[in-house]
Design a protein around this ligand. Structure first.
Ligand code: DC
Length: 231
């Protein structure tokens, strides 16, 4: 069967990665979480004295950018992909609040984006890939056969993030999370390089009131429709 490229973009914490991962598993495609790559660059910056109390030493990061190698490996036990930074598993560390608070400004730096987009395009060369992020349908894979733009209200997204952290046994403050969600939306939509926006040929999905099962089915139906149209 012909393999296609699937781009899933949208706001933070709106369930993009859950639906993207789900679809990839169902149809045997590779799944890449591009946000995890920006998070890994942020963690690297925190651990190497490039970010200090929110201040970024961009010159130093530029010197280090070619030393930052990000890859994904399937965890054999859980069957889920995990993020590796220079061959060290950083999956848990990149999901914490500290990385979340620093990732937006890091992802707004032009040379960071150039480096990550190049790695992402390489990963998608053979098609058969589902990638989620902010600029996948507009910049990384502008020719993707299926593009989805996902959205949900900030309050619903903050509640999902809160539940996720609580389930992991981490401390969480709803108001702080909501503030972080809104700040990230603002930075993501207003940065100069590759701002978050819906591609003209993307399909809009507001999943505020959808269950996981409903959105998974909707996404699979879209995939199926595109595949049938290419026959
Ligand atoms: O999807 P996420 O919350 O894990 O993304 C983390 C940050 O990275 C978020 O602030 C937006 C940014 N990002 C981006 O700029 N471009 C992407 N393709 C993916 C994420």
């Amino acid at each position: 069967m012909k393999k296609i490229t699937i781009a899933i973009d949208g706001f933070s914490s709106c369930g993009k990665s859950t639906m993207a991962k789900d679809l990839a598993r169902k149809i045997g495609y590779i799944y890449i979480d591009s946000g995890a790559m920006y998070r890994a660059v942020t963690l690297y910056s925190m651990e190497n004295g490039i970010i200090n109390q929110g201040n970024i030493d961009a010159e130093k990061l530029k010197q280090h950018i070619s030393d930052i190698h990000i890859s994904f490996k399937l965890n054999a036990e859980t069957g889920k992909p995990e993020t590796y930074l220079n061959d060290v598993n950083v999956e848990d560390r990149i999901r914490g609040m500290e990385v979340s608070s620093n990732v937006s400004p890091i992802s707004a730096i032009d040379f960071v984006r150039v480096a990550m987009v190049a790695q992402q395009q390489e990963m998608g060369e053979a098609k058969g890939i589902v990638m989620d992020g902010r600029d996948i349908g507009t910049t990384v894979f502008p020719k993707a056969e299926l593009k989805i733009f996902v959205t949900a209200s900030p309050e619903i997204r903050a509640q999902r993030r809160y539940d996720e952290l609580k389930a992991k046994g981490e401390t969480a403050d709803f108001e702080e999370i909501l503030k972080n969600v809104k700040e990230r939306d603002y930075i993501d939509q207003n940065r100069e390089v590759s701002p978050l926006r819906m591609a003209d040929d993307a399909l809009l999905l507001d999943n505020s009131n959808l269950t996981h099962e409903q959105q998974s089915k909707w996404l699979y139906d879209q995939y199926h429709r595109v595949i049938e149209s290419l026959k």
